[in-house]
Ligand binder design. Structure first.
Ligand code: 13P
Ligand code: SF4
Length: 372
């Protein structure tokens, strides 16, 4: 079959309405057929929080770290259709070669946390920190951030982290500078630093809206070792200490495992904490019949319930917490993207500009080198 040259035709657009009313079986058959037709020229990485109807077609599944590694390793695929959110597709574009194209089936699949830090806010924060602390700060960003923030960090000698390697990367950063500016998730930063022995009075929070720097607990400013950006995940923020206490009261044998994007109080009260990958491994290894409450995104919890049916798994939140932007990627959008691809059109291509990509890659490479 004749393939178009990359760049020849590409488009950014919305899926036609008719896809929404198409039969799911037909859409699934078409996706499977196009995947077979393209073979190794097409690669579909899928995050654990994606819906079952699309994760069924993923060539690799994983947490953010695993997907970044998979993206960096794949030099073969001409087309990477990302089953995840915008910052993940940006990372895949940064780590892929010029002859590879990254597509995101729905451009509305963003991340509210990543949107909580923009370049101008970050530069303003950096100025304030430099004024207060001089040249003693190194920036570190969670991969859940825009390419512009990763580039900011890369230019200043810092690195990215994921929830799987945050502890190791914070140690790496403290070997270089006395203080860390941690973007954009205050909870991952606080939970990880505390686990490494940093006291709350050695932590401060930067509020990018009010431009205020405030210590977590009172103490000498000179002792501050980490400055946490006041951002959060709108999904994990919904898990509360009251939910943990309710399980402790009503079902004391049930173990509680949560993601480090949950608040400090929730993480402290839980039995275990870990990235999505770690949560999956812990539940897989748990004895049959054991009871668990899981504090992470709903699609993953529901999948674990189904796949590990010998265990009693519930969500920590009775309301369950979906990530609405992850859920934007559904079977109709995947089918539409692949239909268009088959017609030689690249829809919703994610392309990070050259300089931003080069600087962001510095930050990503510093992390990936340690994790390889
Ligand atoms: P991990 O994949 O690193 O566990 O992060 C979870 C998440 O919120 C991704 O958006
Ligand atoms: Fe962003 Fe939270 Fe959704 Fe992950 S789960 S994509 S951090 S909003």
């Amino acid at each position: 079959m004749a393939f178009m040259k990359l760049e020849e035709r590409w488009d950014t657009g919305l899926m036609p309405e008719r896809y929404k009313s198409e039969d799911a079986l037909e859409l699934a058959e078409r996706v499977a057929r196009i995947k077979r037709r393209f073979g190794s020229r097409l690669f579909l990485p899928g995050h654990h929080y994606q819906k079952d109807e699309v994760i069924a077609f993923a060539d690799a599944t994983g947490d953010s770290l695993q997907l970044a590694q998979a993206g960096a390793a794949n030099r073969k695929a001409e087309f990477i259709v990302f089953l995840g959110v915008h910052f993940m597709a940006e990372t895949a574009d940064i780590l892929s070669s010029d002859r590879q194209a990254v597509l995101l089936p729905d451009l509305r699949a963003g991340c509210s946390m990543a949107d909580m830090a923009d370049r101008h806010q970050t530069e303003r924060c950096w100025e304030a920190l430099t004024e207060r602390f001089g040249d003693t700060v190194i920036p570190v960003t969670y991969v859940n951030s825009t390419a512009a923030i990763k580039a900011f960090v890369g230019r200043r000698g810092g690195a990215t982290v994921t929830s799987s390697n945050a502890a190791d990367m914070l140690k790496w950063a403290w070997q270089r500078k006395k203080r860390i500016l941690f973007l954009p998730d205050q909870h991952l930063g606080r939970n990880t630093a505390f686990r490494l022995g940093v006291a709350r009075r050695e932590m401060a929070v930067w509020d990018p809206i009010g431009h205020v720097l405030q210590q977590d607990e009172e103490g000498p400013w000179e002792d501050v070792r980490i400055i946490l950006w006041k951002g959060h995940c709108s999904v994990h923020q919904n898990f509360t200490l009251q939910q943990v206490q309710s399980i402790r009261r009503n079902d004391p044998e049930r173990r509680i495992i949560v993601h480090p994007e949950c608040s400090f109080e929730v993480v402290q009260a839980a039995d275990e904490v870990g990235s999505t990958h770690r949560i999956i491994k812990a539940l897989e290894a748990a004895p049959s019949g054991s009871r668990w409450a899981v504090g992470t995104e709903m699609n993953l919890v529901n999948r674990l319930k189904r796949q590990l049916s010998d265990k009693d798994i519930v969500s920590l939140s009775p309301q369950m917490c979906p990530c609405l932007t992850m859920n934007r990627i559904d079977l109709p959008h995947l089918a539409w993207t692949l239909d268009e691809l088959e017609q030689g059109r690249l829809v919703n291509r994610i392309q990070v500009d050259g300089q931003t990509a080069a600087d962001a890659k510095l930050a990503l490479d510093r992390m990936l080198e340690r994790d390889s």
